[in-house]
Design a protein around this ligand. Structure first.
Ligand code: ADP
Ligand code: MG
Length: 281
């Protein structure tokens, strides 16, 4: 059996996954998505299954499309990466499946975004539809400030910044919840505490991980969210609110070093075992 790990940066996670697979006697090929060429008719030898760990959303997405067209089994699937990698597409799938999520709207110009803000109310959050690590997120507390942020975005190079995706700001405790879902199981959950003076809880920004034990009904919400995007190995992030858990986003190339350290759950081992099981099917 051969498992390929498609990557564009070797983080702690990719190395841990490589070790976990090797220690289970599996042949592993590390495929550098930045230099390998995708050639029609020549991709099936890449492996029995490919774990797509690309950091770059679009790079990973185009790789998955190519590999699946060649009949290669990819985790997560092209469709899952397409939906999970875009915050609006995720919100739409969550809403469609009746999963509690923060209220959201979308607009496509500065004027539209100002109208969107009226719809959502203050405070609100504006985010790039594609992005991670809390980059370019803004908490909007007043209209003047919001307009300035929208105008700045309008002049950013990337076309995606002209998709004004807004959410209600959820008055959460100074933490959110990251749950690791593999297959049909929540294998670990952590609280991520925001660093001093920030409302974002990303570990990449200095957020701190602590063990979290979900209640049964919360676990159900998390699993339903993963299912809504047909996620196989995903990180489901949720916010605690007075309406219960609200699912904020679903990460399809999830970072789990923080969850591993805080919970001691062998996350790379469990991912390796899932891949082995799926490759045999
Ligand atoms: N609507 C919101 N209300 C309250 N906090 C939020 C909201 N959206 C995001 N956050 C906080 O900001 C962090 C980053 O937001 P997220 O949508 O996950 O973007 P990214 O993909 O950059 O991580 C979240 O983990 C959460 O702590
Ligand atoms: Mg996030």
């Amino acid at each position: 059996m051969k498992v390929a790990i498609l990557y564009d940066r070797l983080r702690w996670e990719e190395k841990a996954l490589l070790d976990a697979l090797k220690s289970r006697g599996v042949e592993v090929e590390m495929v550098d998505a930045k230099v390998r060429v995708a050639v029609p008719g020549k991709m099936t030898t890449i492996g029995d299954i490919v774990l797509n760990r690309c950091l770059s959303h679009f790079r990973g997405l185009y790789w998955s499309a190519f590999l699946e067209a060649e009949g290669v089994r990819v985790v997560n699937s092209f469709w899952t990466s397409l939906i999970g990698g875009d915050k609006l597409f995720t919100s739409l799938e969550l809403a469609k499946n009746g999963i509690p999520t923060p209220r959201f709207v979308v607009a496509f110009t500065v004027e539209g975004a100002m109208n969107a803000l009226n719809e959502i109310g203050l405070p609100a959050v504006v985010k790039p539809v594609v992005g991670s690590w809390g980059r370019l997120l803004a908490l909007l507390r007043d209209y003047e400030h919001a307009r300035a942020i929208f105008e700045h975005r309008e002049h950013l190079e990337a076309i995606l910044h002209n998709i004004f995706y807004l959410q209600e700001y959820v008055e959460k405790p100074s933490r959110d919840i990251r749950s690791l879902v593999i297959g049909d199981e929540v294998i670990a959950s952590i609280y991520r505490y925001a660093p001093e003076g920030d409302w974002r809880t990303n570990i990449a920004l200095g957020g701190k991980a602590e063990v979290c034990t979900l209640r049964e009904e919360e676990e159900e919400v998390v699993l339903k969210a993963a299912k809504a995007v047909k996620g196989e190995v995903v990180g489901v992030d949720s916010l605690e609110s007075d309406k219960g858990l609200l699912v904020n986003e679903i990460n399809t190339t999830v970072e789990f070093k923080g969850a591993f350290s805080a919970t001691g759950v062998d996350i790379p081992g469990k991912i390796a075992e899932y891949l082995i099981k799926e490759a045999k099917r």
